[in-house]
Design a protein around this ligand. Structure first.
Ligand SMILES: [Fe+2]
Ligand SMILES: [Fe+2]
Length: 215
């Protein structure tokens, strides 16, 4: 069963707890002049995700879907979403954009890379390289410079916390990206260092609760 929670003004989390293994699959709706969905969830979750999303934004008003990397929980139901609104623009790193085109899901996604900025309106997203599984493809995570929210995808995810929406955390988490998450050391350290430079209030994880770093 998916649940919908407001995290802050204009930011909602849709979350489905799968237990076992005790992990949530999260999507985020960022409402702004251009409204964005962060991750679609896998195809099996689509009816529940879209039902929850409609409580805060109509699918016809969705401008962008940010996809961290090409995997089912990040973009598995994109085709279903596009069937409801073909004007939605997927925003994705190069390898993911190539997959979306190659699989016939979307012919021309917006390709973004580290250093790029996407203005949603009041909010601006910056992107940070995230060498992600599978096969260490160049994924991205996104940082909202206005509200200081890091959309961390599979990084900093936490299991076994049930349906907890927000938990307190500390910045030392940024020094603790495990080798299993990014197995190549220099790329892991580079990602870590890029994140450490950011002024982050909330980590909007792809799995597990939102982590609140504010004092
Ligand atoms: Fe993933
Ligand atoms: Fe994920």
């Amino acid at each position: 069963m998916a649940q919908l929670d407001q995290i802050m003004d204009g930011l909602h989390r849709i979350s489905t707890l799968v237990d076992p293994p005790g992990i949530t699959f999260n999507q985020f709706v960022i409402k702004d002049e251009k409204t964005m969905l962060v991750h679609t969830g896998a195809a099996s979750l689509f009816p529940r995700v879209v039902e929850n999303m409609r409580q805060v934004v109509d699918v016809s008003a969705l401008s962008y879907v940010f996809i961290s990397h090409f995997e089912a929980d990040e973009c598995g139901s994109l085709a279903f979403l596009l069937a409801l609104n073909h004007n939605i623009i997927p925003v994705a790193p190069g390898p993911t954009a190539r997959h979306l085109a190659g699989f016939g899901i979307h012919s021309k996604p917006m390709t973004v890379k580290e250093g790029d900025e996407l203005v949603l309106g009041r909010r601006r997203l910056q992107f940070i390289n995230y060498p992600s599984e599978p096969h260490l493809q160049d994924g991205l995570i996104a940082y909202d410079t206005t509200d200081k929210v890091l959309f961390s995808s599979d990084l900093f995810t936490r299991r076994g916390e049930g349906a907890a929406v927000v938990v307190k955390g500390v910045r030392s988490v940024f020094s603790e990206i495990p080798p299993q998450a990014i197995p190549v050391e220099d790329r892991r350290l580079k990602c870590q260092e890029a994140i450490k430079k950011l002024d982050i209030a909330l980590i909007a994880t792809g799995h597990g609760p939102v982590i609140d770093l504010r004092a």
